[in-house]
Write a protein that binds this ligand. Structure first.
Ligand code: DAT
Length: 178
């Protein structure tokens, strides 16, 4: 278990479009301890932590070693939200809480269509959401008690999910102070 961190590492994961960035931004504002939101996909692009751009899938093939090297010092320090559509790459010791966002697949389809994703990419992500790919990945990579599955379909979900994570952070802090 992580020991010396003054603030936790919270992983927010889920199929693209489930609301990771929306949640991470609100959580960074409302958290009782400073949390830096790291949009891992953006970081990969900014720092060139990728091998090549895949035109067909319109996505980058991530250089996993480079990405882990970049994130390691931040994770050791704590006080970050890792926002990414996959989580099994992150070492188990990094995470204090892993939130898996879920969304009804018809709603997810609309969100991804609005984002202008090609049909193939929408279908692939929709199928992944139905098959609970990210949830399975989280459950097989981390201790059961730190993995939380939350619905993300509307603003009420967003607000109650963030409030719940804030409560979790407060409890995490109290534990540390004892
Ligand atoms: P992700 O970061 O998982 O790809 P996002 O945060 O960019 O997803 O959200 C995709 C779109 O869906 C965006 O327009 C905001 C909307 N959305 C996501 N979760 C929501 C929620 N719980 N309530 C309302 N809108 C939401």
């Amino acid at each position: 278990m992580p020991s010396s961190r003054k603030a936790p590492v919270i992983v927010i994961t889920g199929t693209p479009g489930t609301g990771k960035t929306t949640h991470a931004e609100l959580l960074a504002q409302e958290s009782p301890v400073p949390l830096k939101h790291i949009n891992v996909g953006e970081l990969v692009k900014e720092k060139g932590l990728h091998e090549e751009y895949d035109e067909e899938w319109q996505s980058y093939t991530v250089d996993e070693d480079k990405l882990l090297d970049e994130l390691e010092p931040l994770a050791s320090e704590g006080g970050i939200i890792l926002d990414w559509h996959t989580c099994e790459l992150f070492p188990e010791r990094w995470a204090d809480l892993v939130v898996v966002l879920r969304c009804d697949h018809t709603k997810l389809w609309d969100r991804l269509e609005k984002r202008g994703y090609p049909l193939k990419k929408i279908q692939e992500n929709n199928q992944a959401e139905i098959m609970e790919v990210v949830l399975d990945e989280a459950r097989s990579s981390y201790a059961q008690e730190i993995v939380v599955e939350l619905q993300s379909e509307g603003t009420e979900d967003l607000e109650s999910n963030v409030a719940r994570i804030v409560q979790w952070i407060e409890a995490w802090q109290e534990d540390r102070e004892q």
